[in-house]
Design a protein around this ligand. Structure first.
Ligand code: NAD
Length: 490
């Protein structure tokens, strides 16, 4: 008998149908709950109602198709959704304000709108990433707008999903953190997550397949609301720290002519450290780390603690992009009137999200130095067209090979798996100069050298073509003067 029938169904409202809200809504329906997902964006809701999916996320279309019209509905009517629910997830945006704090106006607006519909006991869950003490502000706003104390509790249940593997991250999490200050709200959240807590979901024949056997149940952590809010911000800060740390080490590796991939393997094998988030590259980006680390710094500042480490993490991240551009300049001498092929716009593979993508920053800087770009990304090009409109200097390509035609250099900015399996001989034939600047270390310097490329990557030795045919002097370690003398570009 399917275990879903033994689950106590909890009526849920999810406010916000973005990357987090939509995934949470689909996954909660998958666990057996009845979910109404709300958004203020009417176009988005219409699209969702008619079977469309507004974002690119592996497995999301299938999960929505499974539950849409049955346990999962979409609406713009927030009051109706809240009345139906016992648990209300707030999954609206918390972008960065001009001064660096989290802008909580979407949260406030959603909270005020739901007040008239709080007609019986309901739990409001912060799913959005918010600074510590936000739950107290939410409770105060509810009271100020007429909600009765007996009708609500505010709980923090931070989301740790990664775009690109969001569905399996939600259903097969490393841990679920619930910060609640009353037993009645803790109890309701346990009911909601019961199929994951007792592992019954993982024994279902129709479960979404995941990366781990969690049939013994997930690690479920109950804390105070303040702790849960801090856990989320501190986790993101720590992950950013790992990225910046290995990027700093990669700069040392370049100076002593060694390979950061080897060094990272050695560091990460220590279980106290772990190998994840130890990949050198062009720095972290996306809709979370950059804003969350700044907001965390602002929280520290507000409570009188000087958390300078956070500033260092950010500085290393910025420097990493500057250093990467320098490699391109070293390889090409001047960027003026060059044709550069760009592979990757999304801030990481597996998503169409370009918010705070380091790839976009780098493309803009390349354009500012007078180059033309020909871009390909398998998922994120549509999202970029307003920000980087197609024209004489910006072209969107059909595929990787279309992008590199006639290019003076290929710049790899996102680690899409398909970019690590390019036909190097074909690439070589299509490009004007055989120069590759790889911001994601997708190839080995030896392989690129054998394939006839000048290959620059991050934290690893520069490599030249083995073949004499292309061996014009392009030694990045030499002074500009000797470079000028030796370089004889075809
Ligand atoms: P998003 O911008 O993709 O989605 C937010 C949605 O909320 C939008 O569709 C918007 O129209 C809607 N919205 C705004 N105000 C509303 C209101 N008053 N009523 C109803 N809908 C409203 O954002 P996201 O990436 O899903 O992130 C949401 C939150 O989750 C943020 O706090 C973010 O930091 C956090 N988070 C994001 C990720 C991620 O990978 N994207 C991971 C963990 C946590």
């Amino acid at each position: 008998m399917p275990c879903a029938q033994l689950i106590r169904m909890v009526p849920v409202a999810v406010i916000g149908s973005g990357y987090v809200g939509l995934v949470a809504a689909a996954c909660l329906a998958e666990l057996g709950h009845e979910v109404v997902c709300v958004d203020v964006d009417q176009e988005r809701i219409k699209l969702l109602q008619s079977g469309g999916v507004p974002i690119f996320e592996e497995g999301l279309d299938a999960l929505l198709a499974r539950h849409r019209g049955q346990r999962l509905r979409f609406t713009c009517n927030l009051a109706e959704a809240v009345r139906h629910a016992r648990v209300i997830f707030i999954a609206v945006g918390t972008p960065q304000s001009p001064t660096g704090e989290a802008d909580l106006s979407q949260v406030e607006s959603a909270v005020i709108s739901m007040c008239p519909a709080l007609d019986s006991y309901k739990v409001l869950v912060e799913k959005s990433t918010v600074p510590v003490l936000t739950s107290q502000w939410i409770a105060r706003t509810l009271r100020l707008n007429g909600a009765l104390e007996k009708n609500f509790d505010v709980v923090s249940n931070p989301e740790f999903l990664r775009e690109g593997s969001a569905i399996t991250d939600f259903l097969y999490p490393d841990r679920i953190v619930v910060g609640a200050d009353t037993e009645r709200s803790r109890q309701l959240l346990r009911e909601l997550y019961q199929p994951l807590i007792d592992g019954s979901y993982y024994r279902r024949a129709d479960r979404v397949d995941g990366p781990a056997d969690l049939s013994g149940g997930v690690y479920y952590i109950e804390t105070s609301t303040n702790s849960a809010e801090l856990i989320k911000q501190a986790s993101n800060a720590f992950l950013s720290l790992k990225v910046s740390f290995i990027n700093a080490v990669s700069n040392l590796c370049e100076r002593v002519n060694t390979d950061v991939e080897e060094v990272a393997r050695g560091i990460g094998a220590d279980r106290r450290i772990g190998s994840r988030f130890l990949r050198a590259g062009i720095g972290y980006g996306g809709s979370c780390f950059p804003k969350d680390i700044r907001a965390f710094g602002k929280v520290a500042e507000a409570v009188g603690y000087n958390f300078d480490l956070l500033k260092c993490i950010e500085q290393i991240n910025e420097d990493q992009q500057t250093g990467f551009l320098k490699k391109l300049r070293t390889a090409l001498w001047s960027l003026k009137d060059k044709r550069i092929a760009i592979l990757g716009l999304a801030f990481k593979h597996g998503t169409d999200d370009i918010r705070e993508s380091p790839a976009i920053t780098i493309v803009r800087k390349i354009l500012a130095e007078g180059s033309r770009v020909s871009i390909f990304d398998p998922a994120a090009m549509q999202n970029c067209r307003t920000m980087l409109p197609e024209g004489v200097r910006i072209q969107y390509a059909r595929d990787e090979y279309d992008a590199v035609k006639g290019a003076h250099a290929l710049v790899i900015l996102t680690e899409w798996p398909q970019f690590s399996n390019l036909d190097l001989a074909r690439l070589h034939l299509l490009m004007s100069y055989p120069i590759v600047i790889d911001g994601r270390n997708l190839y080995s310097p030896a392989k690129m050298s054998a394939a006839g490329f000048y290959y620059y990557s991050v934290g690893r030795p520069f490599s030249e073509p083995l073949s004499e045919k292309y061996a014009f002097a392009l030694d990045h370690t030499q002074s500009q003067h000797s470079l000028d003398e030796k370089m004889a570009l075809p």
